[in-house]
Design a protein around this ligand. Structure first.
Ligand code: G
Ligand code: G
Ligand code: MN
Ligand code: NA
Length: 250
């Protein structure tokens, strides 16, 4: 497609930009980290959302090169932030089946000077089911570097519990689908509550996504959720804006 052709040149034309969204502690409201969200500023179409170009980048294999740029840029950015603030990067399936990936991450951490414990890689269930044993091997190599692994979009896949059983996650991110109707929908309330209890039993911290209101925050705090991310604390924003925010608020 035309978009796939343009995507091929987007990296060298400098059309990608990283946005960052705050992650906050539920109790203290302190900034604990940020999630990196890729943006494509297309010269003719304007901003193309990731939902449109990430699938193309995955199909064409371009995601390897783009993903490497994302990690490099994010690590260098985060190295300039106050030490407790972490950086969370979304990882595609192709990256998790690339044997060279752990070496690349190790090298990038060294070059940037970022403490490995401050890098969190977000993976989805769909990102690992294609080749579970290969993904597991790569995840163990990454964890040996000291990097943290988060399960993204928890609850939206086919077998969230089996995935939780098989992979050594350091964080569970509850999908915003379950958060948006919190307090107004019995199913949402029950699913969020059960997930937090499950995570607590597994000794894995939980972050709720899509937190938009004080009511969401209050209900999540009451359930024992550890961290939140969403419009209540901030929209995804460019590097210069997030830099001044984390420096002030961390
Ligand atoms: O920012 P937005 O809500 O439009 O992002 C939609 C989705 O795009 C995210 O949930 C995430 O799964 C995906 N995404 C955003 N940035 C990246 C990235 O750098 N790499 C990969 N693989 N996916 C990303
Ligand atoms: O799929 P993933 O969770 O990686 O992507 C997060 C996406 O969710 C981002 O693209 C971001 O724009 C969007 N997002 C973040 N916070 C909120 C929120 O509070 N409400 C809604 N509706 N979307 C959000
Ligand atoms: Mn994510
Ligand atoms: Na998500």
């Amino acid at each position: 497609s035309a978009l796939a052709m343009d995507l091929r040149n987007a990296l060298k034309n400098g059309e990608f930009e990283l946005y960052y969204q705050l992650q906050n502690d539920v109790k203290t409201r302190a900034v604990t980290g940020t999630e990196v969200l890729l943006r494509w500023n297309h010269p003719k179409r304007g901003k193309v959302p990731p939902s449109e170009f990430i699938p193309i980048a995955e199909e064409t294999g371009l995601i390897l090169e783009i993903g490497a740029w994302v990690i490099r840029t994010a690590c260098h950015e985060a190295a300039a932030w106050p030490a407790p603030v972490k950086i969370a990067v979304n990882i595609a399936q192709v990256q998790l089946s690339d044997s060279k990936f752990p070496r690349f991450v190790e090298h990038t951490l060294k070059r940037s000077g970022l403490d490995p414990a401050r890098l969190e890689l977000e993976i989805t269930e769909t990102g690992i089911i294609a080749d579970t044993s290969k993904a597991l091997q790569i995840i163990h190599q990454l964890k040996r570097l000291g990097v943290r692994i988060a399960m993204d979009d928890y609850g939206t896949g086919y077998s969230s519990l089996a995935t939780l059983q098989a992979f050594p996650f350091d964080k569970i991110k509850i999908d915003r689908e379950f958060v948006k109707d919190l307090g107004r929908n019995r199913q949402s309330d029950a699913i969020v509550k059960a997930t937090i209890i499950l995570a607590e039993s597994l000794d894995i911290p939980v972050l709720a996504e899509g937190v938009e209101t004080e009511e969401h925050l209050r209900l999540l705090a009451a359930q024992g959720c550890n961290e939140v991310q969403g419009f209540l604390f901030g929209q995804p924003m460019p590097a210069c804006d997030i830099r001044s925010l984390v420096t002030r608020l961390a």
